[in-house]
Design a protein around this ligand. Structure first.
Ligand code: AMP
Length: 362
């Protein structure tokens, strides 16, 4: 059995690691010859994501294909989905590639979202601001990630400063004064759906910094988030893996965005759970029955960006029970670039703050 992975970043790396443990081969496609996944996959294809011939070659060499890269062009992927086994299909990618389409789809399938409006020019921006109120959040509809391509508008000055963003189609959203952010990762093979434990996601500068599991939200709310995520996935007809990010406010949750791939907020599952998101994705792709994950102990996941790499390397050299350092082996370290993560199994937020927080850049 060989699984093809479109994308060779850290997600591809961790899919390939788990595949190896299950006796499944991997072939990976990425434009960078030194992509992290190339260190562990069995075969490599170095080519751009819009190289139709190279993507077809990946499919030919694979029994099932998945993606960790979200912007594979539809005109290439759709014909491949018809010819080869890409069981998640193009649909969940298509639905998630445009924030307006994504939120409309979520709402049509019964999930609450922040109020939003399409914005294409200054007139529609001003109409959206009048409707949503200030502050609000302006985002490009496509290609935004980790806080890139978005601006919080608090007054007239911000509106004027944001006008150049309107060179591309945008969406305006009400500014949510949420209590916290959380995400639910679900794997659905069409027979059953398993969800990974819900954590509290803490962002810094628009990038995930910490994930604290379980989220101190009460079992009832966590259970409803999981049930709604499973229902949403089933009703959309999606298969495989889906991560949904929610804003949680006053005991309710609001869809923010989704990704049909493993998610940064569930990296803690590798050591913090009895089975993890990468392993269950591989089991789905390989046609193995899914396993229901269980949290081993309270767990905190800390993302390691470039500025924290040296500190993480130092932690890796220490021997501390329950501390698992993952370094992705990226050849170039930059501030704000995800270089690795550390999972602290058996740690809650207070213990992390007391024992570890000082080791990393504030
Ligand atoms: P996104 O790329 O949509 O996930 O946005 C990145 C981060 O910006 C989120 O994780 C939130 O912390 C913040 N954010 C995004 N949209 C909103 C919103 N409508 N209201 C408040 N904060 C937001």
């Amino acid at each position: 059995m060989t699984i093809g992975i479109i994308g060779g970043g850290q997600l591809g790396l961790m899919i390939a690691e788990q595949a190896r443990g299950l006796g499944v081969r991997t072939v990976c496609l990425d434009p960078a010859a030194d992509a992290p996944a190339f260190r562990v996959c069995d075969e490599r294809i170095v080519a751009p994501f819009d190289d139709a011939a190279a993507l077809e070659e990946l499919c030919r060499r694979s029994d099932a294909v998945t993606y960790e890269f979200e912007n594979v062009p539809g005109e290439i992927l759709i014909p491949l989905c018809e010819k080869y086994n890409i069981p998640q299909g193009y649909r969940p990618l298509y639905d998630s590639q445009d924030r307006l389409r994504e939120k409309t789809n979520a709402r049509e399938h019964g999930l609450r979202t922040p109020r939003f409006a399409a914005v294409d020019d200054e007139a529609s921006l001003r109409a959206a601001v009048a409707e949503l109120g200030l502050p609000c959040v302006l985002k490009t509809r496509t290609l935004g990630y980790d806080g890139h391509g978005q601006a919080v508008l608090r007054g007239e000055e911000d509106i004027v400063r944001a006008l150049p963003m309107l060179a591309v189609p945008c969406i305006a959203e009400e500014f949510m004064r949420f209590d916290f952010e959380a995400s639910v990762v679900t794997v659905d093979d069409g027979r059953e759906a398993v969800c990974f434990p819900v954590g509290r996601n803490i962002h810094r500068d628009g990038i995930l910094d910490l994930c604290v599991v379980p989220a101190d939200a009460g079992e009832g709310l966590r259970g409803r988030m999981e049930a709604e995520s499973r229902r949403f996935m089933r009703e959309c007809g999606y298969r495989g893996i889906l991560a949904i990010e929610y804003f949680v406010k006053d005991g309710e949750f609001y869809f923010n965005e989704m990704a049909p791939r493993p998610h940064n907020s569930a990296h803690f599952t590798i050591e913090g759970c009895t089975t993890n998101q990468f392993r269950e994705l591989v089991r789905y792709l390989a046609g193995m029955p899914l396993e229901r994950p269980r949290l081993v102990a309270p767990t905190v996941m800390k993302n390691i960006l470039g500025q924290d790499l040296a500190a993480a390397e130092a932690v890796a050299c220490e021997s501390r029970e329950g501390v698992h350092v993952h370094l992705y082996g990226k050849s170039e370290s930059r501030p704000k670039r995800k270089m690795g993560h550390i999972t602290f199994v058996g740690s809650d937020a207070a213990r992390y703050a007391a024992e570890w927080a000082d080791r990393f850049v504030k």
